[in-house]
Design a protein around this ligand. Sequence first.
Ligand code: SF4
Length: 383
Amino acid sequence: MIATTPVHPDAPELADYCAGLFGIYVHVPFCTAKCGYCDFASFDGMSDLAGTYVEGLCQEVSKSGISSCDTVFVGGGTPTSLGPDLLGKLIAAIPRSDEAEVTVEANPESLTADVAIAAAAAGANRISIGMQSALPHVLKSLGRRHNFGAVAAAVDAARGAGIGRLNLDLIYGAPGEALADWRQSLDAAIALDPGHISAYSLTVEAGTKLWRQVRDGHCRAPDDDSQAEKMSVAAEILANAGYVRYEVSAWAKPGEACRHNLMYWGGGEYRGFGSGAHSHIGGTRFWNHRDPRSYLSDLGVLSAGSERITSEIEVFDRVSLGMRRAAGVSISELPRGCEGAIDFLSGAGLVLATDGRLRPTAKGFALGNEIVIRLLSVAGSEC
Ligand code: SF4
């Protein structure tokens, strides 16, 4: 099991430590149905490919020559839709250290006891469950098929299999969700006592079913003011329940912060396996085909595309990803000449400059784009 030293989740030393980890992301593209708001690389009606896909993925892992990593994240899609045998085979094929954090994303309806036991036996030590809401009408408007009872059962299944590190994902802003509904979902999630809760603002992504519904006037896009109020309510309720906000959308108890995500936000290196997976190694990003069939027919490394990370991209990533974290970034790593921007942002109550770091405030979390634009609009944006 991963050591769960109870480090404060927003500690800069934890953020900086995780930025130096090497991660592996594994993508499972299958879902039983496509949710109306989803623009991830996920597909329904392809589950007949699952066995071939896991075989292909194991080949890609083996060809990569990678022998170990510090964090693993099996995401999707719906990894738990693979069932116990294929999911266990996939997790077991990922090379990692004995102490690695190994997270598996799960949908409530497919995280059954046998799936949880197989995942644990193969090495999973953290489960992230897509709860989204506790309210039936909200889940329905999101196009989700589970109910809150299935979330509670999934939590029991994970704990019954010995996996104690749990995240619940929530979404706010679905059509028809009142502020009281959102409070109820937060309370229901807290009652299940996970160590980690993520709360995401619903966004209308071009090309999704939700986007077409908004375009055609069948429902309204989430209103900015209402979303800001829901974010603020989440921050208040979760803080009162003992969760520490360590990223704009992530709250954790001590020892429960997601190291894999901290690795991403710190600009760490990672290898992605599976369709649509992206990698970042040695100053280059590369990615696989998004379509599972194209991926399987071309199982080469760097098969779909790559880009060299220029100094401009590197600075943008460091600021935009780093300032998502409560730990912020070291002021010495900010672009040269941005003192004026720091003064302005401090005066506006968006950041705090203390102990050599620039951190977002609660107001700054809500206006992250403003922070990034100001810091990067410095002439030259050099470090
Ligand atoms: S279950 Fe998740 S990945 Fe699958 S369609 Fe729904 S939101 Fe997308």
